[in-house]
Design a binder for this molecule. Structure first.
Ligand code: ADP
Ligand code: MG
Length: 594
């Protein structure tokens, strides 16, 4: 994935989140100012103390040094108090709440993404990105304020203090800091690039691991363990070389730091001794200059490390935002109203559609499904049946033309109201890793326990659920993996029954059931269809015998349109499909059709 999110966008995102934490940020800044100031005040007091104790004594020594010593100690007390205030406002109050806010906002953004988006992003990868946001943002804020801003202030106060002694020391310090900052600035671009490349490689590896683990059965059945391991190892080798490139950069930056810091100390000592000889430098000035030098070197050294860490975090953050803030074009219009289903008429009006980067599935398709009609869709696999219903659900937007429900363009209403009006049983339903009860309740969150059991009974799910060790409280595994396809379908049917929406769509909803169970469920489904506009994509043509109308799809086109008997009489594609299924049933026992 290419990085598209800029540093400016990233900063705006972070600042926006920080808006709710103004008090804590203010405390952080105050502590930064005080911390910066105290690191100059304390050496300055030491300078005064040393100068006074080294002078030939003219009075009470204690009285002489009482004031500077007192200021020194008080500075330290307040510094300590400042840090505890910081702990309370930042560590205890802000950061936990900040993490919660980041998680919630990121999830909000993700839940407004489209089907298309989730087909292009591995879910494990996205979960990892949220984790990256949660871990990197608080740390980056702390680095910026506690280190970068604090250090700038430390340097500012230190230069002023050194200037009070002798302008030469201030100039030396400015020269050194400027050289180092220039060195860092010069490397920023490259370091960030390297950090991003490394971080991308890292999350690519995680994504790959998630994908391999999700497909563990395939890996096993195709004896692909070695090849998967090898490919992963190659990706890891690549990550190693990317990390090393980055670390070499840091190596040279640190080397440069070490050499220049040594030069600073040597030069400072030279000027101190020279001044002492000339009588312009007092003993306390040695302490002041050397102490401040040590402080700044110490800080700048940590900063160089923080900077390295910061650029890695920035790389991670930008990459996470890049995935999460991916612009979605499928949004509600600002003034979108609720869909009002009065009858349930569905209209395809000159619809064109293609999946991104693919050939057109539909070209200028117009179909009218009158209210309450029961329509069956048949055709070869890949003919566009699922796409036809997905467009009605607005999982994708049409490229041209429009789709209307009761004369309302589905792009003019909220997606939530659209989805509330349609109950859909997908081709291959997946379930939450929650109890069966919760999974069925998903059809209607307010349903009572007995409504849920009733729906499960009508969907013939009750039989198998009753046999499970924990009944309705049984957890079904990730994506419902612990159930058979047919069992998952029955749970999905029970959900749709609970939902009881005015428009019903079944996408091969019973394809994984044996024909006996399917026969039982057909009665319940038939009952559910009463008074609703229904679209049934059929796997077994016999299930369509009672439909008002059958549409035959072939490569996106509707090639036949009529009732079962009309279409049989036409002797076209429908007849071919029908004959192939021996009276509508695929032979399901070795004795042939039931
Ligand atoms: P059917 O349900 O009739 O089997 P589909 O509507 O699923 O057919 O598919 C119609 C065509 O669109 C097929 O060529 C299929 O490969 C393609 N297609 C389906 N889903 C996607 C997708 N998410 N992205 C790209 N192409 C897709
Ligand atoms: Mg399909």
């Amino acid at each position: 994935m290419q990085t598209k999110v800029s540093v400016a966008t990233t900063s705006r995102y972070v600042l926006n989140i920080l808006k709710s934490f103004k008090a804590s940020i203010a405390v952080m800044l105050c502590v930064a100012v005080y911390g910066g100031l105290s690191l100059s005040v304390m050496p300055y007091m030491i300078r005064i103390i040393i100068n006074r104790v080294s002078e030939p004594s003219t009075g009470d020594l204690v009285a002489l040094i009482a004031l500077p010593a007192g200021i020194y100690l008080l500075t330290q007390v307040f510094l300590s108090l400042g840090y505890r205030t910081y702990d309370y406002f930042v560590t205890i109050r802000m950061i936990p709440a900040l993490r919660a806010k980041i998680t919630n906002e990121a999830m909000y953004t993700l839940l407004n993404q489209t089907q298309n988006y989730f087909q292009n992003n591995l879910s494990g990868n996205l979960a990892n990105k949220i984790n990256d946001l949660v871990s990197s943002i608080p740390e980056m804020i702390q680095i910026v304020i506690d280190r970068f801003i604090t250090l700038s202030l430390i340097i500012l106060f230190a230069v002023i203090t050194l200037g009070l002694v002798n302008i030469k020391f201030a100039a030396l310090m400015i020269a050194w800091v400027a050289t180092f900052v220039l060195c860092v600035a010069f490397n920023t671009r490259r370091v960030t690039e390297l950090a991003i490349a490394w971080s991308e490689q890292g999350s690519g590896i995680i994504g790959r691991i998630v994908d391999i683990l999700a497909n563990f059965l395939s890996v096993q059945l195709f004896s692909a363990k070695r090849i998967e391991q090898q490919q992963l190892a190659d990706a890891c080798t690549d990550a190693v070389s990317k990390e090393r490139k980055l670390q070499w950069r840091y190596f040279w930056i640190f080397m440069f730091y070490g050499v220049t810091a040594l030069m600073l100390t040597a030069a400072s000592l030279y000027f101190l001794i020279q001044g002492r000889v000339a009588g312009t430098v007092q003993p306390g000035d040695f302490a002041l200059v050397l102490l401040i030098n040590i402080t700044i070197m110490d800080q700048l050294w940590m900063i160089a490390k923080d900077y390295a860490h910061f650029s890695r975090l920035l790389g991670k953050l930008m990459q996470a935002l890049n995935a999460i803030l991916y612009p979605t074009d499928l949004t509600d219009k600002p003034n979108a109203g609720e869909l009002k289903v009065t009858a349930g008429q569905i209209t395809y009006d000159q619809v064109h559609f293609n999946y991104k980067g693919r050939d057109e599935v539909f070209r200028n398709k117009s179909v009218q499904i009158p209210a309450g009609q029961k329509v069956g869709l048949v055709g070869y696999s890949g003919g566009g049946k699922t796409t036809f219903v997905n467009l009605i659900l607005r999982l994708y937007d049409v490229t041209a033309g429009k789709i209307l429900i009761d004369q309302q363009d589905i792009r003019d209403v909220t997606q939530e109201s659209l989805h509330a009006a349609i109950a859909m049983i997908p081709q291959d339903p997946v379930l939450f890793h929650r109890s069966l009860l919760d999974n069925i309740r998903y059809g209607k969150q307010t349903a009572s326990h007995s409504d849920i059991i009733d729906a499960a009974k009508r969907a013939r799910a009750d039989d198998f659920i009753a046999k499970l060790p924990k009944g309705y409280e049984t957890f079904v595994g990730e994506r419902g993996i612990k159930l058979s396809g047919g069992q998952r379908q029955r749970v999905a049917i029970a959900r749709a029954m609970l939902k009881n929406a005015p428009i019903l769509i079944l996408d091969e909803a019973t394809s994984q059931l044996d024909s006996v169970t399917e026969g039982f469920i057909q009665d319940a489904l038939w009952e559910l269809m009463q008074g609703k506009t229904t679209i049934v994509i059929a796997h077994r043509l016999s299930t369509l015998l009672h439909m008002d109308r059958i549409l035959v799809f072939d490569q996106g086109k509707i090639v036949e349109d009529g009732t079962h008997s009309e279409l049989l009489a036409k002797r076209g594609l429908y007849k071919t499909l029908w004959d192939a299924q021996v009276g509508g049933f695929l032979p399901s026992t070795k004795h042939g059709a039931i």
